[in-house]
Design a protein around this ligand. Structure first.
Ligand code: PAF
Length: 283
């Protein structure tokens, strides 16, 4: 595996890989866990060569968020990726990504609004901007993202359709199912912020979400299922709930009831220093 942090070196490393076959990109912010490794394995199954990017993107963190605290462990991440057979680790410094004079922002409307977009103003502009840059730098045939960030996946697909991207095309942006711990908690780099006691309490999130999914599927009105979910999280040790909503799985339009199309329950809640997000299919 080659570890590269300059754009010209990236281009030189990718040229022979592009000539030899399909290229997959797995964009990450590092602090890799089983969820990321599932993306890498899926990438290897879909392409001859795999590029993983590790870049803690300052533009997607708001003032007062956890940019400085975000876990950084490049040497350990590189070992994990080499063991998975990754060809190139693209790990630029912020100045390589956003040189002096950088002035462009990519903003996706509609699917970016509400949910994490409401709780974290500007977050999805930062995500769309860096992901479009990564797509242009690597020009992968296929790109893989975790379904844990459901709204992010919808934003990136919308951007690819709206901007007529061809490398990757919108249809080659692949969502990979969330990898969970034994108690159901979604794997996340931010789980590292939890104390042992908070980690135990955090299992209330998947538990309460599964109960809400079952209640809605069983005919309980959506509003009352969501209210019970919020109550269960606060009783289970969460400090606050940013949102708990039922949305159309694709358009992310809010749903007051199941409407015969795939729906998704999406939740963000805070415990200790962590803000955890998760989502589940409904119906
Ligand atoms: O999901 C993430 O880790 C990030 O939002 C991404 C897609 C790598 C963009 O910085």
């Amino acid at each position: 595996m080659q570890t590269i942090n300059q754009l010209d070196a990236l281009e030189a490393a990718l040229a022979p890989l592009r000539a030899a076959g399909r290229l997959a990109l797995v964009p990450t912010m590092g602090a890799l866990h089983e969820g990321h490794l599932a993306l890498v394995r899926e990438a290897r199954a879909r392409a001859e060569a795999v590029v993983v990017s590790i870049f803690v993107n300052p533009r997607q963190f708001g003032p007062g968020e956890d940019l400085a605290a975000y876990p950084r462990q490049l040497a350990r991440d590189a070992e994990l990726l080499a063991a998975e057979g990754v060809n190139v680790l693209w790990a630029p410094e912020p100045v390589a990504m956003y040189p002096a004079g950088y002035a462009t922002n990519v903003s996706v409307g509609g699917v970016s609004e509400g949910l994490c977009g409401g709780a974290r103003p500007g977050h999805f502009d930062g995500v769309a901007t860096v992901v479009l840059k990564l797509f242009n730098q690597v020009r992968p045939h296929v790109a893989l993202f975790g379904e844990k960030d459901w709204q992010q996946l919808a934003v990136i697909r919308r951007m690819a359709r709206d901007l007529d991207l061809s490398r990757p095309a919108a249809g080659a942006i692949i969502g990979v199912p969330t990898v969970r711990e034994e108690d159901g908690l979604a794997r996340s780099s931010r789980n590292a912020y939890l104390s042992a006691a908070e980690r135990e309490q955090a299992s209330a999130l998947p538990r309460a979400m599964r109960a809400a999914v079952a209640a809605i599927a069983g005919g309980t009105p959506v509003a009352s299922a969501l209210e019970s979910l919020g109550t269960a999280l606060l009783a289970g040790g969460f400090a606050s709930v940013d949102y708990a909503e039922l949305r159309d799985a694709e358009t992310l339009a809010p749903l007051a009831a199941l409407a015969g199309r795939p729906a998704r329950l999406l939740v963000a809640a805070r415990i200790g220093r962590a803000r955890l997000i998760d989502n589940l299919a409904v119906g």
